[in-house]
Design a binder for this molecule. Structure first.
Ligand SMILES: CC(C)(COP(=O)(O)OP(=O)(O)OC[C@H]1O[C@@H](n2cnc3c(N)ncnc32)[C@H](O)[C@@H]1OP(=O)(O)O)[C@@H](O)C(=O)NCCC(=O)NCCS
Length: 150
């Protein structure tokens, strides 16, 4: 994919509203759910990675610091018009670089079972039994990160 730019934003940026719109379209509307009814205040400290092409937001993923020196990757969404073109992979790889820079020792995530193959290709392994989240079957996955010299 040409002309792809990845930027890190926060909830204070105007682009956050576009991130919510994309997440609603990709992750909630197909389930008959509404992201705008969710309490998202906890996202204030998250690293929000966004993928842009020709000033259009085409993908996003959030990285949330957890207490045990790991980070949680969540809200992964790529616009349907560009899925399968490597945008998701680039977002996860950039999230991993960000987590390493913040000295995280690993990343955990809750994968929709329909997307677990995507994360497996990126080196994530399943831990534990499947469970339900936003009405869909999910699995917990994790990846250990290389340590960075302080
Ligand atoms: C799942 C999703 C984030 C993947 O992003 P993407 O940009 O479409 O994926 P990429 O093109 O970067 O794919 C990278 C690799 O994973 C594979 N892959 C992508 N989606 C996959 C899936 N759902 N299951 C299995 N493999 C998948 C691709 O074939 C590609 O493989 P390759 O390296 O052999 O070519 C995206 O399709 C999406 O937003 N889906 C709908 C929402 C969703 O399920 N979000 C995840 C919630 S946990």
């Amino acid at each position: 994919m040409t002309g792809l730019e990845i930027k890190c934003i926060t909830t204070n940026d105007a682009a956050y509203q576009e991130v919510l719109r994309l997440r609603h379209t990709v992750l909630r509307a197909p389930l008959g759910m509404d992201i705008y009814t969710e309490d998202l205040h906890h996202e204030v400290n998250d690293c929000i990675l966004t993928a842009w092409q020709r000033q259009q937001l085409i993908g996003c993923v959030l990285l949330k610091p957890l207490a045990d020196n790991t980070m949680k990757l969540r809200a992964m969404a790529v616009h349907p018009s560009v899925q399968g073109q490597g945008v998701g992979r680039l977002l996860v790889l950039q999230a991993e670089r960000e987590a390493i820079a913040q000295h995280a020792k690993g990343i955990v995530l809750h994968a929709r079972v329909s997307a677990k193959g995507f994360y497996e290709k990126l080196g994530y392994e399943i831990i534990g039994e499947p469970f339900a989240e936003v009405t869909l079957p999910h699995v917990k996955m994790r990846k250990q990160l290389p340590t960075q010299e302080r």
